[in-house]
Design a protein around this ligand. Sequence first.
Ligand code: HEC
Ligand code: HEC
Length: 199
Amino acid sequence: MKRGLFLIFLGLSSLAWGTDEAAKMQRGEELVIGRCFLCHGGTGDSSSPLYPKLAGQNVEYLLKQLRNFKLRERDSNDMRKVVADMTEDDFQAVAYFFSQQEASRGKSAYEEMRAAGEKIYQQGDPEKGLKPCRECHGDNGAGSATLPKIAGQHTLYVETQLNLFEERKRTNDNAQMQDIAKRLSSDEMRAVAEYLRSL
Ligand code: HEC
Ligand code: HEC
């Protein structure tokens, strides 16, 4: 009898969890079609290299960025306006929606550059005190709960962010990326971005 009740309880709570996720997904989709679509695409697999791909990005990382934009801890003219009147519930919904989408991968057209980028990503450069990117972003660039997935990201977006970190115009990273970026030449930034697009 007790066991029966327990099973019913389990069944009901997973049902509640299921509808909660479904509601978030639906609300997320509405918000994305209404507000994000033009720049990031309907599933976050943006086709323009100016706008980061958000499809398949990690939920916690997405939430942090949205909160950072709202509090101006990360500056962007476009994103500041977009998030101005969004609530925490809206953030939860769009972040969940994007995290569940599939992202495409680019193709590298420059084999030598890609190989140079792979070396930086996987091995770093001990002589320059440069840690391998892999140490934080993972062997395949998938990131973690709090660290961004950078595999498959647009080359131009990655390069732009590395420059922003170097110039200390992006400062929401606890100085970790600022330290990395200042040890990379612009050729190395381009090479590692070229590697990432096809990863
Ligand atoms: C007018 C164009 C535009 C619209 C509309 C827009 N974005 Fe953005 N978004 C950008 C740009 C540009 C960036 C890159 C900012 C930078 O360079 O730091 C960005 C960056 C982001 C990032 C950070 C991604 C990363 O990898 O760090 C998130 C998250 C994001 N947008 C979410 C959204 C959501 C959610 C919506 C809809 C509610 C939205 N954006 C609508 C232009 C837009
Ligand atoms: C010590 C850990 C660490 C290492 C090593 C590291 N990163 Fe990062 N990376 C971070 C953190 C932390 C963030 C930003 C998180 C945030 O904004 O909240 C980040 C963000 C980024 C972003 C911005 C992603 C986006 O979607 O906007 C790029 C691009 C990036 N890293 C590339 C690299 C590259 C390339 C290397 C190697 C040359 C590297 N990282 C090495 C910790 C690291």
